[in-house]
Design a protein around this ligand. Structure first.
Ligand code: GUN
Length: 292
């Protein structure tokens, strides 16, 4: 089994980004600036945002965090987004999801200027991606495609099963794998909570992307020998033996599945760090686009 080392590959990508930033600064241009909006105090969201900001420091980006109480109104949130849309010092920004229930997520995402939408969630970017045009690609699927490319995993004509149809991961992933290209051209099935006979689907798949959110769901008797398994799951599971009180578990039973398949991402250290690296890549691209 070959481990898809997202930690290592993401460090390589971040080093390339850092060099690009150094070149900008040498040429008297300001470094890229990423802003993030965080509403409420969800523990997982705080961790993700903290990691994103630390990574900005690591590559020489400027970053800004705007935090709001969970009772902020939709109108006030959209006002803040409009400010960021117009701020020429900010190249890209993200609104950390999920948002509180009283805020319409689609309305919020629609209010982001597509040229600053480094998450790639705006319909303009999503539509361009689906058409195979240049766009900001959502960071998690983008990171998975990079891993597939770096390890030269063969995708053409292969059966690829994506489990989970979220707008952030599953659906864009299913589109990217079906697009024309060296690391596309797969025959894609998108499974979800209403799918029947999931084990039949997983057993037939050459490539499985698990984005279900159920810890250790995929067992070795559900996968094909020598297949490729990408684990997007990151669920906090209570674990009193750990100082922080929880352990992070993927959607794949790593112990057993690793004995049967050809390529597998670990959790942590697989898809997670790639997501952050690709968000930085999108932000660098936004900065370079503003200069061109
Ligand atoms: N929540 C979970 N993943 C993401 C992400 O990639 N971007 C944003 N904005 N929110 C998220």
């Amino acid at each position: 089994m070959i481990l898809l080392d997202g930690k290592k590959i993401s460090e390589e990508i971040k080093n390339e980004i850092k060099t690009s930033v150094e070149n900008l600064v040498i040429n008297k241009k300001r470094p890229p600036h990423l802003a993030a909006i965080l509403v409420g105090d969800d523990g997982a969201s705080l961790t993700y945002i903290g990691n994103k900001i630390r990574s900005c420091d690591q590559v020489g980006f400027k970053s800004s965090l705007f935090r709001y109480d969970s009772n902020i109104s939709e109108i006030d949130l959209i006002k803040k987004i409009n400010d960021l849309n117009l701020d020429i010092e900010i190249d890209g920004f993200i609104v950390q999801l999920p948002l509180p229930k009283h805020i319409n997520e689609q309305k919020v995402l629609l209010s982001i200027n597509p040229d600053k939408d480094v998450d790639g969630f705006h319909p303009t970017n999503f539509g361009k991606m689906a058409l195979g045009l240049k766009s900001f690609v959502p960071a998690t699927p983008y990171g998975i495609m990079k891993l597939i490319e770096k390890y030269d995993i063969q995708t053409e004509g292969k059966s690829c099963l994506v489990v989970g149809r979220s707008n952030i991961v599953g659906r864009p992933m299913s589109i990217l794998m079906s697009l024309r290209g060296r690391y596309g051209n797969s025959t894609v099935t998108l499974a979800h909570s209403k799918s029947k006979n999931l084990t039949e689907l997983t057993l037939n798949a050459d490539i499985i992307v698990m984005a279900l959110g159920i810890p250790e769901f995929l067992k070795s008797d559900m996968v094909k020998k020598d297949s490729t398994i990408i684990d997007v799951g990151i669920t906090r599971v209570e674990d009193k033996s750990q100082k922080r009180g929880y352990a992070i578990k993927g959607d794949v039973d790593f112990e057993s599945v690793s004995k049967k398949v050809k390529f597998l991402t670990p959790v942590p250290g697989g898809v997670g760090p790639m997501t952050i690296a690709m968000l930085l890549q999108n932000t660098l691209d936004a900065r370079l686009l503003s200069l061109s």
